[in-house]
Design a protein around this ligand. Structure first.
Ligand SMILES: [Zn+2]
Length: 348
């Protein structure tokens, strides 16, 4: 008997919005703490998990983000970054992800003296090792942070640019959206544009449609992280639709951060039906307690997506990948074939 959840696990998938520091296994954190002689509030994975994962009481993005400080303290060496990057590819391969884009903020991993470039090299080494061992193609997005200085963020853009085409595929802006609107970061993303770095911006998660509009019109975003709160603004919704800008939606996380209060008001189905290029992603495997398979289950169970529609979502992800030329064509062709096989496979 092929159970429905096994069937969705077998669905070949793509994850474009996946944070490295939000996806660390508790077992790994324990080993990293032992290795560095650091203290932990608990030494068993299940007792440590509440410090790394949001529980039912999360009521905002700000609360959600608190979980990251705890983990980041242990990701300050080349060894730690390489290891968690490698393990993240493994976790995604186990859920049948064919392609992932892993993002992280270089400036958060420099407490022990690493340069931006050294953090990038460590993450890329881990991703490459994971890709060659598990077969999931893994690329990286470097994150600029809201609340960081212009100097810090420009350093990230320059560092990312040095590795563009060698593992880095884009730059992003993340952090407390409500407190730091996107127009504060025009200088950083003007440089990204000048250097030929593709841009995605976290927008419409903790602020409204104007944040999405600014990300596209002023920061040059060609993808939007989340975009949940542009719902209800016809003009911005039409801007996103007509320009074919993919939304990196993360359903389980979006409900946890209260970007949307419940499944009934979650706009993913409406966006999809309106012809917006919706993609489905995890955000943070550990902080959200999710997997890409669980996200697809949520689409099926809460938003009435059919198998064929789920395949369309996967293809949206492949087409929105920050890959170009032959690499992009080959990912799309491979997925189209595998999705067709999955769709026509009889459940027995
Ligand atoms: Zn995110």
């Amino acid at each position: 008997m092929n159970k429905p959840q096994n069937r969705l696990k077998k669905l070949p998938k793509v994850d474009l919005h996946l944070h490295l520091d939000g996806s660390v296994l508790p077992e790994t954190l324990i080993e990293l703490a032992k290795h560095s002689g650091s203290e932990l509030p608990a030494w068993e994975p299940e007792k440590l998990l509440p410090y790394m994962r949001v529980e039912g009481d999360c009521d905002s993005l700000a609360q959600y983000l608190e979980k990251f400080d705890f983990v980041c303290a242990f990701l300050q060496s080349a060894h730690a970054l390489e290891r968690v990057a490698y393990e993240l590819v493994k976790q995604c391969a186990e859920q049948n992800c064919r392609y992932i884009e892993v993002r992280y903020a270089p400036q958060l991993h420099r407490e022990q003296g690493l340069t931006v470039e050294q953090t990038i090299e460590s993450v890329l080494r881990g991703l490459a090792a994971g890709e060659s061992e598990f077969g999931t193609v893994a690329r990286c997005i470097a994150i600029c942070l809201r609340g960081h200085s212009r100097e810090q963020n420009l350093e990230v853009i320059h560092g990312a640019s040095a590795y563009l085409g060698r593992g880095i595929v884009a730059v992003d802006l993340a952090g407390a959206e409500a407190a730091y609107p996107p127009e504060l970061y025009t200088a950083e993303f003007a440089l990204a544009g000048k250097l030929g770095l593709p841009v995605t911006i976290h927008a419409g998660e903790a602020a409204g449609a104007e944040s999405v509009e600014t990300a596209v019109l002023k920061l040059g975003a060609s993808r939007i992280g989340h975009g949940v709160r542009m719902k209800g603004d016809a003009e911005v919704t039409e801007l996103i639709r007509s320009r074919g800008i993919p939304l990196e939606m993360c359903p389980i996380s979006n409900l946890q951060t209260k970007a949307s209060p419940d499944w009934d008001s979650y706009p993913l189905r409406g966006y999809f039906d309106a012809g917006i290029r919706v993609t489905v992603n995890t955000d943070n495997l550990t902080v959200s307690g999710t997997t890409i398979t669980k996200e697809y289950e949520a689409l099926r169970d809460h938003l009435a997506f059919t198998d064929a529609e789920l395949c369309a979502i996967v293809m949206n992800g492949a087409e929105a990948a920050f890959l170009f030329g032959e690499e992009k064509r080959s990912l799309c062709a491979k997925l189209a074939e595998e999705l067709n096989d999955w769709l026509t496979e009889t459940v027995s």
